[in-house]
Design a protein around this ligand. Structure first.
Ligand SMILES: NC(=O)c1ccc[n+]([C@@H]2O[C@H](COP(=O)([O-])OP(=O)(O)OC[C@H]3O[C@@H](n4cnc5c(N)ncnc54)[C@H](O)[C@@H]3O)[C@@H](O)[C@H]2O)c1
Ligand SMILES: [Zn+2]
Length: 338
């Protein structure tokens, strides 16, 4: 079988290796597609060399078919379409209060242990979610990032008739916007990359560029002065933190989706003044995965347009170099059987 290996120093290799039998409690998946996540790009840039166990196969946004069952695995059969929820919560303790998706000792499969950018992938059976026979495997590679969006919107308690602003129209922001719009809320995407603004419009979203317009005035105009009920911070930059407290209205909820590796400045006075709420949102829970699977299987949203490139596994080095040179692209999928 073919596997890709991150070697460190912005280098991937593609190797041939023996097919491994799944151990007790694990299944072997024939991986169909594996999407490139911002985190994978971070790893490629060497930002996570202390955490990943180089040399290692990375990847966690995938779809596939069960290929072999280890001892003790029940409820699954060979040939079934599945996705992996890449959270290894075996270290969860009572002090995690049942929130195993963010348990203190959480291991992220594909970062802390080998990932999906290979032809076959052995994973614990408890990570699996079944797809429907009719679920498209290419679109199914979007289920992991879509589940992030579903989780964010669920925690925001966004309702029909409310207004949400999504700061950042990258893959995650656009999925958040699509899911938010499904609630019946008015949704505004703010994105500084003009090509991504265009892309957001093609996806049927109301998107603006805060470089060209005054975002605060725009949001006020769209809400008869009420400003946003919900703000999703999905850009990860100081400017977004500066504007989020401006555009949030009275008792507005701000969802912190972006990962800020460093401490940043936030206008806390606005939290007092408008009784704002700041809500952290990290990955997803089982129900978010099920909802994402349902959305992908129904395929009523323009998911297909989120996939801007599909490449064979053997092109992995060019794919990561290409992503660095093309900030407009959205989801790149590796075809793991090509
Ligand atoms: N909470 C979670 O569990 C979770 C899961 C996945 C990703 N994330 C985080 O979500 C964020 C978004 O992920 P992504 O893959 O879409 O990243 P991305 O970098 O592709 O998207 C960020 C977008 O924000 C835009 N942007 C930059 N400055 C802006 C500004 N001032 N105003 C508006 N837009 C601006 C960029 O042009 C870009 O399109 C990242 O921080 C990522 O780490 C969090
Ligand atoms: Zn991801």
């Amino acid at each position: 079988m073919k596997a890709t290996i991150y070697e460190g120093n912005r280098t991937f290799s593609v190797i041939e290796k023996e097919l491994e039998e799944p151990i007790k409690g694990e299944v072997r998946i024939k991986v169909a597609y594996s999407g490139v996540c911002g985190t994978d790009v971070h790893i490629y840039h060497g930002m996570m060399d202390k955490r990943v166990n180089i040399p290692v196969t990375i990847g966690h946004e995938m779809s596939g078919v069960i290929d072999a069952l280890g001892n003790g695995v029940s409820g699954f059969s060979i040939g079934e379409k599945v996705v992996v929820r890449p959270l290894d919560d075996r270290g969860a303790k009572p002090s995690d209060k049942g929130f195993n998706h963010i348990c203190e000792d959480l291991k992220f499969i594909g970062i802390d242990s080998p990932g999906s950018m290979q032809q076959y992938w052995n994973v614990p059976a408890f990570t699996l979610h079944k797809l429907k026979p009719e679920t498209d495997l290419k679109l199914a590679a979007l289920i992991e990032p879509l589940a992030v969006a579903v989780h964010d919107v669920r925690l925001s308690e966004l309702k029909a008739g409310e207004t949400a602003v999504v700061l950042g129209g990258g893959p995650i922001g656009l999925l958040v916007a699509m899911v938010a719009k499904e609630t019946g809320a008015q949704v505004i995407v703010s994105e500084v990359n003009e090509n991504r603004v265009t892309k957001a419009k093609e996806l049927g979203l109301n998107a603006v560029n805060p470089v060209n317009i005054d975002l605060v005035e725009y949001v006020k105009a769209q809400t008869e002065g009420r400003r946003a009920d919900v703000v999703f911070e999905v850009a990860g930059v100081q400017q977004a933190l500066d504007v989020m407290t401006e555009i949030a209205g009275i008792r507005g909820r701000i969802l912190m989706v972006a990962i800020h590796g460093q401490k940043k400045e936030v206008d806390l006075f606005k939290f007092f003044w408008k009784e704002l709420k700041l809500i952290g949102a990290r990955v997803y829970e089982k129900e978010d995965y099920e909802k994402a699977i349902d959305l992908i299987t129904k395929n009523e949203l323009p998911f297909e347009q989120m996939i801007t490139e599909v490449q064979p596994l053997s092109n992995i080095q060019q794919v990561f170099e290409g992503i660095d040179n093309n900030p407009d692209g959205l989801k790149v999928l590796m075809d793991c059987q090509a």
